[in-house]
Design a binder for this molecule. Structure first.
Ligand code: GLA
Length: 339
């Protein structure tokens, strides 16, 4: 009987040990001397130049510091979770991520914890099960409200410079309220326009179903049918793609570039547009600091793993206006050579 008890006890211990191993719980979060550090960087829209830039700058950090960087595309929730599993199996120590769905935050964190991965959310902040931001998760994103306000103020100035009559002018505000950073940006743009004296009731919202050029083009098509009386359009949105889609829709409806003025955000996804021989309605963009979002986040993660230096919980970056006149010079100054 005693023997049987002992046997059951031993089996229980073996099973427990097995479970620990299966869960991949990392027993030593700090790497051993000489051990190669692996960091994964998952982005939600790998086709957007913005995310290619983040990867590119993170790659620079990996070369400089000598860690392995896995540049990954997590276009949906299922993919993200399986990529985290792969990182865990590979023994990675850190995860940088712009998630395709902010509500996946709690699932990402529990999966990452299982493998002992440190996490920095980049661009899009996680939302917890209570609907609030997960403020205990390290985050680096943009100062969305302020950058949006800069867009609104510049649009107002351009309207005045062009001598457009306010009563014939409308704002096409391409919105994506599902994402907080997007809502901050378009709310900021509207606030600044109103503060400058633009009539609130002439700011028309065009909600995007998807946050890409096609989503914005379709949203703007609907708006233009609803507002046939507008002669001049100012355009704002969450990023370059949002504004580019609206510009394409307006071109298709016969608006001259002289009657359209759009300002995007990112500055990385509109280079081809600014390089066009003839000016389009895409006037400019708030160039964001992709280097901070890629190089700095990767370096922060590396130091956190290697030296135990915890990054700040919440970091926000700003933008600078680029237009056809100055974009080459500013891109160069900001470290974007070769794009
Ligand atoms: C979001 C947008 C991107 C970019 C980043 C900047 O993730 O989808 O296009 O603007 O924010 O943080």
């Amino acid at each position: 009987m005693n023997l049987l008890k002992n046997l059951v006890f031993v089996m229980f211990i073996v099973l427990l040990a097995g479970c620990g191993e299966e869960a991949g719980v990392s027993s030593s979060p700090t790497p051993k001397e000489g051990e190669k550090i692996t960091i994964g960087f998952i982005v939600k829209q790998p086709e957007e130049p913005w995310f290619q830039m983040e990867h590119r700058f993170a790659r620079e950090a990996s070369k400089e510091h000598g860690f392995e960087l896995m540049e990954l595309a997590g276009t949906d929730s299922e993919k993200v979770l399986s990529l985290i599993d792969n990182l865990g199996v590979k023994g990675a120590k850190g995860l940088l991520i712009c998630t395709p769905d902010v509500k996946l935050g709690p699932a990402i964190m529990s999966r990452a914890e299982k493998y002992g991965l440190k996490v920095i959310a980049v661009d899009d902040r996680f939302i917890g099960n209570d609907g609030k931001f997960m403020e205990n998760v390290h985050y680096l994103g943009i100062a969305g409200k302020e950058i949006g306000k800069d867009v609104g103020a510049e649009l107002y100035k351009e309207m005045q410079k062009r001598g457009w009559d306010v009563k014939d002018t409308g704002v096409a505000m391409i919105t994506f309220h599902e994402l907080d950073t997007a809502k901050d940006r378009t709310d900021g743009a509207a606030e600044a326009l109103i503060a400058a004296g633009f009539p609130k009731e002439q700011i028309y919202l065009a909600p995007q179903k998807t946050s890409d050029i096609k989503g914005s083009l379709e949203a703007t098509d609907i708006l233009l049918v609803q507002k046939p009386g507008v002669k001049h359009w100012l355009v704002a949105g969450m990023n370059d793609s949002a504004v580019l889609g609206a510009i394409r829709s307006m071109e298709a409806r016969g608006f001259s570039p002289k009657d359209v003025c759009g300002i995007g955000i990112n500055g990385t996804d509109c280079i081809g547009e600014l390089e066009k021989r003839e000016a389009t309605g895409f006037y400019g963009s708030m160039l964001l600091q992709a280097k901070k979002h890629g190089y700095d986040t990767a370096t922060m993660m590396y130091r956190w793993i290697k030296e135990g230096v915890e990054p700040p919980l919440d970091t926000r970056t700003r933008g600078i206006l680029i237009t056809r006149d100055n974009f080459r010079e500013i891109l160069r100054e900001q470290g974007f050579e070769g794009i």
